[in-house]
Design a protein around this ligand. Structure first.
Ligand code: HEM
Length: 391
């Protein structure tokens, strides 16, 4: 289009220029009709048996909000809070402004926005409900350097989407409606590749450059359902989430050679294949040894240590973070490690215990924040998230 208009300016008559312009408009319209919908228009259904944002293919941006309930907010107020927040989430995720939206134009591009709620121990106690046995801060691990201001909380709101402006708007609307009931304790902002950078379904990379998320149960399978969804009382159709802010020392990682980096995890950097295979999804062979008898996947390798018994599995849905560095370093980066599982105590905790005892990755990683929430099931149109506990 610009070329033609440029040609007109360079000497074509005015009528020819208008004709060329019309032709191009028709061409644009035809191209528009053939084009797939813009990603901004894509929506993830809000209502359903499970909350969205768990088995949803991970969006490019994730913001995690940990809130503390104000004193005096008890069961009845919790019902009001969750009705309001559910209404906001149901509208915003479907490209509609929230009630009394201060910037309604920002709601028009949902870009696969999801909003997912989780309840901490304090929330369930105020609701006078029966908490799942695992709903408590994790045991203390030797590797932990936890900061209280990055840990715990009564209410989790996970807001994820492929567009950062949409996500920021949703966060603001939800927080404005929550502020009469709860105060923000921590915020964690994370990212993956921008939408469209890689083919959908590509396993993400973290800031160490590793392919991260290969050995994960696959949403939509019975295996995933077994690992993730609870069938216990008001939690039926819900799940448990562990959120750990894990600092990754990129400056120290810089000093490790490629071979060392690959043995620390037991997979290659090129495509995430196990050291005993060639493709990303090849099964690791933990028995294989080198010609001089050492295990190919070392005893200290992260994947050997993380792999548990059959029941001890989790679904990881992490985001990267990258903040302003303090002191001499050039990076303050890491992983917002997010793991969903039906029973935190039976699935996550034994795994973290093993990694606490031995995992070479611990040389470069430090947990600095930690929180556990019960993620209730989804709801139908007209219902609200938390109704199985509060109703
Ligand atoms: C696998 C990185 C923390 C559990 C992996 C893999 C990488 C990785 C690169 C191999 C590819 C894959 O299957 O995803 C990291 C980094 C961490 C971290 C950089 C910290 C910053 C954790 C934590 C846990 C965990 C805290 C759980 C307590 C697992 C599990 C696997 C895994 C279960 C799959 C093991 C298998 O092959 O069965 N991780 N991880 N990771 N990680 Fe982590």
């Amino acid at each position: 289009r610009q070329l033609l208009i440029g040609g007109a300016v360079a000497g074509l008559g005015a009528a020819a220029a208008v004709g060329a312009d019309l032709m191009m408009n028709r061409a644009d319209a035809a191209a528009d009709a053939a084009a797939p919908p813009m990603n901004g228009e894509q929506m993830v259904p809000f209502h359903g048996v499970h909350q969205a944002g768990i088995d949803t293919a991970a969006q490019a941006h994730g913001v995690f909000l940990g809130l503390d309930l104000h004193d005096g907010v008890e069961r009845e107020a919790l019902v009001r809070l969750m009705r309001i927040l559910t209404d906001d989430a149901a509208r915003l995720t479907q490209g509609k402004p929230a009630l009394a939206d201060s910037e309604p134009e920002l709601a028009g591009a949902p870009a696969r926005l999801t909003v997912t709620f989780g309840f901490g121990p304090g929330f369930v106690a105020r609701a006078a409900g029966a908490a799942p046995a695992w709903l408590a801060p994790l045991p203390v691990f030797g590797i932990d350097r936890l900061q209280p201001e990055l840990s715990d909380g009564d209410l989790l709101i996970q807001v994820a989407g492929d567009d950062p402006l949409t996500v920021a708007h949703a966060v603001r609307m939800l927080l404005k409606d929550a502020r009469g009931f709860a105060a923000l304790r921590w915020t964690q902002r994370g990212f993956r590749r921008a939408y469209g950078t890689e083919r959908p379904g590509t396993t993400m990379r973290n800031l160490f450059g590793q392919v991260d998320g290969t050995a994960n149960p696959e949403p939509g399978t019975r295996d995933f359902d077994r690992v993730v969804w609870s069938d216990d009382g008001w939690m039926a159709g819900g799940t448990g989430v562990v959120i750990r802010r894990i600092r990754m020392d990129l400056d120290k990682w810089d000093r490790l050679d490629r071979g060392g980096r690959e043995s620390s995890v037991g997979r290659t950097l090129a495509n995430g294949a196990p050291l005993t295979g060639s493709e990303e999804f090849d099964e690791p062979d933990f028995e294989a040894t080198t010609s001089i008898g050492f295990p190919v996947i070392p005893a200290f390798a992260h994947i050997r240590r993380a792999r548990g018994e059959d029941g001890e599995r989790i679904f990881r849905r992490a985001y990267n973070y990258d903040e302003h560095p303090d002191g001499e370093g050039v990076s303050e980066s890491g992983l917002i490690f997010v793991a969903f599982q039906a029973d935190v105590e039976k699935q996550f905790t034994p795994m973290q215990r093993r990694l606490d005892q031995l995992d070479l990755l611990n040389e470069w990683t430090t947990p600095i924040g930690s929180a556990v929430f019960a993620v209730p099931p989804g709801c139908a149109v007209g219902g609200y998230i938390g109704e199985t506990l509060l109703g």
